[in-house]
Design a protein around this ligand. Structure first.
Ligand code: ASP
Length: 331
């Protein structure tokens, strides 16, 4: 019978470094954000060329799985992967086995069998991206999990602010509306605070979660306070996430009258942002949405280059190289 030898730690081969994911803005340090924004900016220059495709991720596979509707996020991830020459596959919940009741774990295992390098996932449940990360070997990007996080939205918003105002540090952003149901607001408060911006959340008390100041922001229940900000960031009224029967606001009409962002409520030159999709005439007046100060289209353009940067960064910056101290024997 063969003897069993227990090897001391030092003789074991080095452990594989953990795979990197982008699940929450909390995963990032300031220097990570700076690197991602700089990479996005170099991709934006490459997109000015006639031939827009780069060979960078040739041979890599990016799978997009969307369990909730999306226009901007899913299309920009797909185009971002294509611009970098990766193979892409997009799966929408409607029409897939998810319709037939397949659990997220089984879907993750099925997708993992194709050996994708990256899985981009949007799901109504908080924590779904972590589950996919647990059951596959892919790098996972959270494209929105319930009302929790939407990190690439926050990164593209930072990119848009930096491109337009020339800085993020010290910029005052007022985020207005349905903060309670908004993953965009949560991600943005964290990201803006990380980069040294000042954030004020503005809205009716039932739509502002209690204790949210702990994330590094101020709260105001006075719509006139948006006038002090450099950027007014308007949130969508997310009716699909509102509990049935709960009266967050007396009516949408009342909400628009008291909290809608209208030309009268903003200063000339003040920048306006919205993550989309907009409810024109509810949280934002169409005259504000279409004004030259609105950065809403710029946000969509930023989405493409920022998502290119995220895919590139996950697949090329890590994992950390393993040091080889002994020369390898070649057989
Ligand atoms: N498109 C953004 C999201 O998926 C914002 C929204 O839907 O209101 O979270």
């Amino acid at each position: 019978m063969a003897d069993i030898h227990v090897m001391r730690e030092g003789f074991l081969p080095p452990k594989q470094p953990p795979r990197r994911h982008l699940i929450s803005i909390g995963d990032l340090q300031r220097e990570d954000v700076e690197r991602l924004l700089a990479t996005a900016s170099s991709f934006s220059r490459s997109l000015e060329r006639e031939v827009k495709k780069l060979p960078t991720l040739r041979g890599r596979t990016v799978v997009n799985v969307f369990y909730e509707s999306s226009t901007r996020t899913s299309s920009s991830f797909e185009l971002a992967a294509k611009r970098l020459s990766a193979d892409t596959m997009s799966i929408k919940a409607a029409g897939s086995s998810v319709d037939k009741g397949e659990s997220l774990k089984d879907t993750a295992l099925t997708l993992g069998a194709y050996d994708p390098d990256v899985i981009v996932i949007r799901h109504p449940q908080i924590g779904a991206p972590q589950l996919v990360a647990r059951f596959t070997d892919a790098h996972v990007v959270n494209a929105g999990d319930g009302k929790h996080q939407h990190p690439t939205q926050a990164l593209l918003d930072l990119y848009t602010i930096q491109a337009d105002l020339g800085r993020i540090e010290g910029v005052h952003v007022a985020i207005v509306g349905d903060v309670l149901h908004s993953r965009v607001a949560r991600s943005n408060v964290q990201a803006l605070a990380l980069m040294g911006a000042k954030v004020t959340l503005v809205g009716p008390p039932p739509l502002i979660p209690r204790g949210i100041e702990a994330l590094g922001c101020e709260v105001s229940h006075d719509i006139d306070s948006i006038a002090a900000a450099d950027v007014v960031y308007v949130l969508r009224m997310q009716r699909e996430r509102m509990q049935e029967g709960a009266n967050y606001v007396p009516s949408l009409r009342e909400y628009t009258a008291r909290w809608g962002v209208t030309p009268e409520r903003i200063r000339p030159g003040q920048k306006v942002m919205h993550p989309g999709p907009m409810n024109r005439g509810v949280e934002i007046d169409p005259r504000v949405a279409d004004a030259p100060e609105a950065l809403i289209e710029a946000q969509v353009r930023s989405g493409l280059v920022v998502r290119m940067a995220v895919l590139y960064d996950l697949l090329t910056t890590g994992p950390v190289p393993v040091e080889v101290t002994e020369p390898l024997e070649v057989a």
